[in-house]
Design a binder for this molecule. Structure first.
Ligand SMILES: CCCCCCCCCCCCCCCC(=O)SCCNC(=O)CCNC(=O)[C@H](O)C(C)(C)COP(=O)(O)OP(=O)(O)OC[C@H]1O[C@@H](n2cnc3c(N)ncnc32)[C@H](O)[C@@H]1OP(=O)(O)O
Ligand SMILES: NC(=O)C1=CN([C@@H]2O[C@H](COP(=O)(O)OP(=O)(O)OC[C@H]3O[C@@H](n4cnc5c(N)ncnc54)[C@H](OP(=O)(O)O)[C@@H]3O)[C@@H](O)[C@H]2O)C=CC1
Length: 515
């Protein structure tokens, strides 16, 4: 049997979305575990005043590439950035670059997409569907292409409860939608978007479903596979545990909980939290690339890349482990001690938003105003509420994904490949994973130093003392108000005090007798 690293040896690989979260891990893994790979062509756009070359150079200095750098300090010679803006005609690739790609590329990994849940439909369509169409046209011109791997999402068909590894009929014929939206101005498109996306929660899942159909259309001419990861989280094992570099999906929620800002969120405690580590997704993606190229299945194979059906873990358990992990390894300058509760009840959630989010934010902003500073807490909470409002759909229900193709793929790999490109999530220890995930958000997203943990713990102790003092003052204040105003409150109070007194005398008397 062909080993995977042997297959990738001497191959030229084209990657879109290489500057993104998953793209970076894909580039790193290819360079580290397939050291004989010939070249990685990355389609990158200039951004934020940086040229594409600068962006790629900066990306390669990232800690993620430390292990590759150790093995081969010259690894960057294999990386060839190609200037490309995917929303432009012809992907804005120069004719010379186009010819070069057509003559040398053997495998394409298409990761680029907009993953924003609030993306206007026209833009989401442009990037997730039209750019995919254009990339497929480019792929058809590649003389030595062996596989085209498209990264979709397990939620492309989230309007279904049970999702098989098949491409479902699209909600609308993509070509017709593209033609109709072309002449409409943005206002009209915004107005009709809810009608168009129907029972899907956002333009992201809707356009990803359309993209799958567009990819399927080419299955007679290209060797295609589609990978559908669920909620991609920090790395499990590779290149090191807990690597994460963004606020997307659960990461932002974890950080907000760790900072003590998030106290409540709508989620179903008993629903499966279908998190999947990024290294697992990338290992499966590379295995699918190898299998598609070597075995050339007759039609496009879809791989649902999920954990729920194999090694389930629930949102309630995630909440417990996130909070206890941040108590052991606190984030710096927390607003309050981490303590979040998730509930599926709308009214209870609204109550806690008022009491635990808005009220403290109001008090804190008042304090900032009085001390001559700019208020900021209410603004932070408004942003947080917008973000969690968009995520609630995914944390309030669960889905079942079939994973037959994933199992078949694992059975086709050699034992060594199964180890090097591990995507067997049965071995995943969730509490340990969540602990590393939380530490990863601290180290790699917030760039906090682990040596500051004793000071952060001291800060949490200070917050706890402030809370105890605040609660005591509040109780004394309420008591004073009641006692002063109501005879009944006074009677109850004297009754409780005399009861306590009697108990104390009884215990003292009984302990004297026994001695
Ligand atoms: C303990 C409790 C356990 C329970 C825990 C339940 C977790 C339940 C997770 C379900 C998860 C499903 C995931 C489906 C899986 C997919 O298929 S795919 C991919 C997932 N995609 C995403 O997560 C994208 C979602 N994000 C968005 O759509 C947009 O970022 C938002 C949320 C609408 C915000 O848009 P915006 O207001 O324009 O802000 P944006 O420019 O994006 O960011 C502004 C700032 O907020 C930060 N930020 C962005 N997102 C967040 C965030 N979520 N939080 C905090 N800050 C954030 C940014 O880093 C940025 O910081 P600065 O650079 O300004 O310092
Ligand atoms: N993250 C997740 O939880 C999940 C992700 N997925 C899928 O995985 C894939 C990768 O996601 P992820 O890495 O998280 O996403 P990121 O947002 O981190 O990365 C997106 C990538 O696409 C590139 N890109 C976006 N717009 C353009 C453009 N106009 N021209 C050129 N490049 C562009 C970005 O480049 P730039 O740096 O220039 O912006 C970036 O490299 C996507 O297809 C997504 O749908 C599926 C399930 C879950």
């Amino acid at each position: 049997m062909f080993r995977m690293a042997e297959y990738y040896a001497g191959k030229s690989v084209l990657i879109t979305g290489a500057t993104g979260f998953m793209g970076k891990v894909l580039v790193e893994k290819l360079l580290r575990s397939c050291p004989e790979v010939k070249a990685l062509y990355l389609l990158v756009r200039p951004k934020a005043g940086q040229s594409m070359q600068q962006r790629v150079s900066e990306m390669m200095t990232c800690k993620l590439f430390d292990r590759v750098r150790e093995d081969d300090p010259d690894f960057h010679r294999k990386i060839i950035p190609i200037s490309s803006e995917l929303t432009q005609p012809g992907l804005a690739i120069s004719p010379q670059d186009g010819e070069k790609l057509a003559s040398c590329i053997n495998i394409v990994f298409h990761c680029a997409a907009t993953i924003r849940f609030d993306e206007p439909l026209k833009h989401a369509l442009q990037l997730n569907v039209i750019a995919t169409q254009q990339l497929l046209s480019l792929a058809k011109q590649m003389h030595h292409l062996e596989a085209f791997i498209h990264i979709s999402t397990a939620y492309a068909n989230c309007n279904r409860k049970h999702i098989d590894e098949v491409i479902y009929p699209p909600p609308v014929e993509p070509r017709k939608l593209i033609e109709s939206l072309e002449w409409m101005d943005d206002g009209i498109v915004r107005d009709i978007t809810p009608r168009l996306i129907g029972d899907r929660p956002n333009t992201y899942t809707y356009t990803k479903a359309l993209a799958e159909f567009v990819v399927q259309q080419e299955q007679d001419q290209l060797n295609i596979a589609i990978i559908r990861p669920s909620i991609v989280g920090a790395s499990w094992q590779e290149p090191f545990p807990g690597w994460i570099d963004n606020f997307n999906g659960p990461s932002g929620v974890f950080i907000a909980a760790g900072k003590g800002i998030l106290r409540t969120m709508r989620a179903n405690n008993d629903a499966v939290a279908d998190l999947i580590p990024v290294d697992v997704v990338i290992n499966l993606t590379l295995a699918a690339g190898w299998y598609t190229a070597v075995h050339r299945p007759k039609s496009a194979l879809v791989y649902n890349c999920t954990t729920g059906g194999i090694n389930p873990f629930h949102w309630g358990e995630i909440e417990h482990h996130v909070i206890s992990s941040f108590k052991r390894n606190p984030l710096e300058q927390a607003f309050r001690r981490p303590n979040a509760n998730i509930t599926s009840n709308y009214l209870i959630n609204q109550y806690w938003i008022l009491v635990s989010h808005k009220f403290p934010a109001f008090i804190y902003d008042l304090f900032l105003r009085l001390s001559g500073q700019k208020p900021q807490m209410m603004r932070i909470f408004n942003r947080l509420h917008k973000a969690i409002g968009l995520l609630e759909y995914f944390s309030s229900q669960d889905w079942e994904w079939n994973s037959e193709n994933l199992n078949m793929l694992m059975s086709q790999m050699t034992p060594e490949d199964r180890k090097t490109f591990n995507f067997d999530v049965r071995q995943l220890n969730w509490p340990e994973y969540i602990e590393n995930y939380c530490i990863g958000t601290k180290k790699y997203v917030l760039n906090e130093d682990m040596s500051d943990i004793p000071a952060a713990r001291q800060h949490l102790r200070k917050l706890r003392n402030i809370r105890y003092t605040f609660n005591t003052v509040l109780v004394v204040f309420i008591w004073r108000v009641f006692i002063a105003r109501s005879q009944m409150a006074r009677n109850i109070w004297y009754f409780v005090v005399s009861l306590c007194f009697k108990f104390l005398s009884y215990f003292r008397a009984s302990s004297t007798l026994t001695n």
